[in-house]
Write a protein that binds this ligand. Structure first.
Ligand code: NAD
Ligand code: UD1
Length: 356
């Protein structure tokens, strides 16, 4: 009996990580393992590669990273996995994230992001899992009424993707208020970029990247001829758009802080995850040129419809509540993005599911 008790006490806590093979999920799995947790990855690989899991194992030396190929909308399977692995909490990354695509295919977004989250929460209730960390986005704020955005800024998303994040936040708040035995940490990410310093995991977008950093990195490595800068007539210091970029490793560490806060106390919370510093498109290009030693040819083109001129986070609440703040700079982000991009010019190798 004592042996069993010791075994249970010595065993690391298991955390279900839906979307754990993706960009932010894979970095968070590395940090979980580094802190002694065991991530249990669930992914349908709609936007990721099983090769990322192999790389997680390579970085951490952990051989026992369970991976289940499944869709979070399969509630029965989620209950089964939560029970079988005795997961104590969920860090939920699974969803679709392309703003333009969400406008063209809104039902796919509501199905994956809202129905998927509903299914996961239902499974947690059935399995008796009491803690969830949720990936929300600064996009829930919409057009700034005041800057920096604080968590009490009005919520008014301007596209279907943002609406799905808002909808899940509402669902979580109502669930918490119902005292169903689940507490929630809602994390509103600003602009995650960069990669693990090993250069082994990073963002691997399908097709033409929508976002600035992967596009810049693909220009630097020669996959694209130049960067189109969307607008140079904004009311910003150099006329280009300003954002709050956050290193993905800082972001991953914030998930551990959020998880441990939930495990330690029953309170739920919503926090911004950003640095509080705004950088323009041209700042990013300059920093990337320095990090990579490559020129980034660029052309100024019209503004991208729907883009905001400038926004950044007030990160005070995250610091006060979680004791977390960013520590990595734009230079770090560009250096690590370059290590990933130059080491993996075409992203992850094609690996058949189950082979890694
Ligand atoms: P990603 O696409 O790399 O990762 C998402 C993962 O979820 C992928 O591995 C995908 O295959 C998986 N997935 C999607 N739908 C699924 C489903 N129905 N069932 C099982 N797995 C499913 O994206 P990311 O950048 O790592 O983002 C992670 C989360 O953070 C997403 O919810 C995203 O909306 C949110 N977010 C991302 C950003 C960003 O800029 N990257 C900003 C704010 C919020
Ligand atoms: C986008 C999403 C937002 C999401 C965020 C996460 C849109 C409209 N919004 O925000 O919902 O939360 O990503 O990272 O897609 N830029 C260029 N050329 C490019 C790409 C981008 O000049 O090829 C500029 C943009 O105009 C913007 C800045 O770079 O000023 C950052 O763009 P991007 O990386 O797409 O992020 P967001 O627009 O902030």
């Amino acid at each position: 009996m004592a042996g069993i008790t010791n075994f249970m006490q010595g065993r690391s806590k298991r955390i279900l990580v839906p979307g754990g093979a993706g960009y932010i999920g894979s970095h968070t799995c590395v940090e979980l393992i580094n802190r002694g947790y065991t991530p249990v990855i669930v992914d349908n690989f709609v936007n990721s590669s099983i090769a990322s899991v192999d790389r997680i194992r390579q970085i951490t030396g952990a051989n026992d990273v369970p991976v289940i190929e499944a869709d979070i909308r399969d509630t029965a399977e989620m209950v089964r996995v939560l029970r079988e692995h005795e997961c104590e909490a969920v860090i939920h990354f699974a969803g679709l994230k392309a703003v333009g695509e969400s406008t063209a295919q809104p039902l796919d977004y509501y199905s994956n992001n809202v129905q998927g989250s509903l299914s996961l929460l239902e499974a947690m209730k059935q399995a008796g899992t009491g803690h969830i960390v949720f990936s929300s986005s600064a996009t829930v704020y919409g057009t700034p009424v005041s800057l920096p955005y604080t968590e009490s800024h009005p919520l008014a998303p301007t596209n279907p993707y943002g609406m799905t994040k808002y909808a899940v936040e509402l669902m979580l708040n109502d669930l918490v208020a119902s005292r169903a035995g689940i507490n929630a940490g809602i994390l509103r990410y600003f602009n995650p970029i960069g990669a693990h310093p090993s250069g082994l995991i990073g963002e691997d977008p399908n097709g033409v990247p929508n976002n600035l950093m992967p596009f810049v990195a693909q220009v630097a490595v020669g996959r694209r001829p130049h960067l189109n800068v969307f607008g140079n007539d904004y009311d910003t210091p150099d006329g280009t758009g300003v954002r709050d970029y956050i290193h993905v490793v800082d972001l991953a560490e914030a998930h551990i802080a959020a998880l441990e806060k939930l495990l330690a106390s029953p309170d739920s919370f919503t926090v911004n995850l950003g640095s509080g510093i705004g950088h323009s498109v041209l700042d990013v290009v300059k920093a990337f040129e320095q990090a990579s030693g490559r020129d980034i040819p660029l052309e100024f083109v019209d503004r991208r419809p729907g883009d905001l001129p400038a926004y950044w986070a007030d990160p005070t609440h995250a610091m006060e509540l979680l004791g977390w703040q960013t520590r990595l700079t734009l230079e770090d982000m560009c250096r690590d993005q370059w290590a990933w991009q130059s080491g993996n010019p075409n992203g992850y190798p094609d690996v058949k599911i189950g082979a890694a």
